[in-house]
Design a protein around this ligand. Structure first.
Ligand SMILES: O=C([C@H](O)CO)[C@H](O)[C@H](O)COP(=O)(O)O
Length: 187
C-alpha cells in the first residue's frame, strides 16, 4: 500500500476511534481544566509528546501548565489537576506519578485505551480511546489498525486535545484565527 492510501485509511480509523469516545468524560475533563488553578501533564514516549503539544496550547490560551519531570516544574498541590496519557495504562513511571498526585489530593484525568488498567483505576476522569497498543497482547479490545505501535492512540489524543482547546478558547473569547499572544517570542 502506498503512503497516501495509508493516510486515507488512517484518517478513517482515527475518525471511527474518536466517534467512540464518551462525550460525558470529555465534558468532565473540560470542566476540570476550567476549574483548576494549575495543570500538570505526564506521559512517556510519544504519549508524552502529544501532551507536550496540548500543554503548549493550554499555555497559549492562558492556563498555568507544567510538564512532570521538567526541572522548572514546581510541587504538585491539593486542588491541582494531573492529566496523564498512557495507551497501555501500565507504564510504571506514569502510574507512580498518578498515585502520588492522588496522595497530594489532586485530581487525576487519564487518556488510555484501558479504563480497567492500573492507571485507569487511579483516575477521577477517564477518557477511553479505543485504539491499539503494541505494549499489550492483541485482543478484541486491542486490535491493530493501519498504523503501528501506539500511533492511533497518540494521534487521537493530539486531535482531541486540539478540539478541547478550541472549546476552551471560545469561552474565553480568544480569537484562534490569530497567532496566540502567549506564544514563545524568543524562538
Ligand atoms: O512511545 C510510545 C509508543 O507506543 C511507541 O509506539 C509510548 O507512548 C510509550 O512507550 C509509553 O507507553 P504508554 O504509556 O502505553 O502510552
Amino acid at each position: 500500500m502506498e503512503s497516501f492510501q495509508i493516510v486515507v485509511q488512517a484518517v478513517k480509523e482515527l475518525s471511527e476511534t474518536l466517534s467512540k469516545v464518551d462525550k460525558t468524560e470529555v465534558t468532565k475533563l473540560v470542566q476540570a481544566i476550567r476549574h483548576s488553578k494549575r495543570i500538570f501533564l505526564t506521559g512517556a514516549g510519544r504519549s508524552r509528546l502529544m501532551l507536550q503539544a496540548f500543554a503548549m496550547r493550554l499555555m497559549h490560551i492562558g492556563f498555568q501548565v507544567y510538564i512532570v519531570g521538567e526541572v522548572t516544574t514546581p510541587a504538585f498541590l491539593a486542588g491541582d489537576l494531573l492529566i496523564a496519557a498512557s495507551a497501555s495504562g501500565e507504564t510504571k513511571s506514569i502510574l507512580q506519578t498518578a498515585r502520588k498526585a492522588k496522595e497530594y489530593q489532586g485530581q487525576v484525568a487519564v487518556f488510555s485505551i484501558f479504563p480497567e488498567s492500573s492507571l485507569g483505576e487511579t483516575a477521577d476522569i477517564l477518557v477511553k480511546i479505543p485504539a491499539y497498543t503494541d505494549k499489550l497482547p492483541s485482543s478484541a479490545e486491542n486490535k491493530m489498525g493501519i498504523l503501528p505501535g501506539g500511533s492511533m492512540f497518540e494521534e487521537a489524543v493530539l486531535l482531541l486535545g486540539d478540539a478541547l482547546i478550541v472549546e476552551l478558547a471560545s469561552e474565553q473569547q480568544i480569537d484562534t484565527s490569530k497567532a496566540f499572544a502567549n506564544h514563545a517570542n524568543l524562538e
